[in-house]
Write a protein that binds this ligand. Structure first.
Ligand code: ZN
Length: 246
């Protein structure tokens, strides 16, 4: 049951036609693991905590740098040098005390998150390197857990939702299409573009958890900030993929 305070807090969502208190309770019961609390992870964690997701597991081992501040809005100048997961947990708990925030300071370490892998509803990949992305993709496949992955570089944002064990394709076999080998360190990043990518990821996560709108598995959404266009592509699974192939 939602409390009176929760009905009031989430009232603007609850006014939406498909979004009833059952959907809100689905969020309250949900656990989401967010890998990477950089530009994407900031947006995703703020949106999910604000919307009422019950438990967020934040996985990151970076400290806040001054160059993060233009697009990582959970952090201010006073947090420079602090571990991102600690600064983020503090801000997210202040944003919504109903949201339990768990911090995990290890990346690419399955043991450190094993208890959460068995209970979480979705993995959200907000990392910016291939090693981490391939690792998270393998976790999604082995634990049969949906994966929402995104990338942002320059003026381009891309987002895709995957269920690799259901032959939707996985990150590894779609890598060429997702094409995020360039990180923002290499190419630079336009701050609103990473916010758009993170919010699209958050929306897909909320759609998945509540069912208020469909999730088109294996469909890549590509936002181009140069031309202000959003395009969709249906990706083809690679039957020879080493993770999800035949
Ligand atoms: Zn694959």
């Amino acid at each position: 049951m939602l409390t009176k305070e929760e009905f009031s807090r989430y009232s603007r969502h609850l006014l939406l036609e498909p979004f009833d208190d059952h959907a809100q309770q689905q969020l309250k019961r949900a656990t989401v693991i967010i890998f990477g609390i950089g530009g994407l992870g900031n947006q995703v964690s703020m949106a999910l905590a604000g919307a009422g997701v019950g438990k967020l597991v934040l996985v990151d081992n970076d400290d806040v740098a001054v160059s993060n501040l233009p697009r990582q809005w959970l952090f201010g100048s006073a947090e420079v040098g602090q571990p991102k997961i600690e600064a983020a947990a503090h801000r997210l708990t202040a944003l919504n005390p109903h949201c339990e925030v768990v911090s995990v300071p290890f990346i690419n370490d399955e043991k450190s998150i094993s208890e959460h892998l068995h209970t979480c509803n979705v993995l959200v990949d907000c990392t910016d390197n291939q090693t981490a992305r391939f690792y998270i993709n393998r976790l999604a496949y082995r634990y049969h857990t949906p994966l929402i992955t995104a990338a942002a570089s320059g003026f381009i944002a891309s987002v895709v939702a995957l269920q690799p064990w259901l032959k939707t394709g996985c990150y590894q076999c779609l890598e060429d299409a997702v094409n995020d080998t360039q990180s923002c360190i290499d190419q630079g990043i336009y701050s609103p573009v990473v916010a758009i990518a993170g919010q699209l990821q958050a929306m897909l996560t909320l759609n998945l958890l509540t069912g208020v709108a469909p999730v088109n598995w294996g469909q890549l959404s590509l936002f181009d900030g140069t031309f202000f266009t959003l395009q969709q592509f249906t990706l083809a699974r690679d039957p020879a993929c080493p993770v999800c192939g035949d």
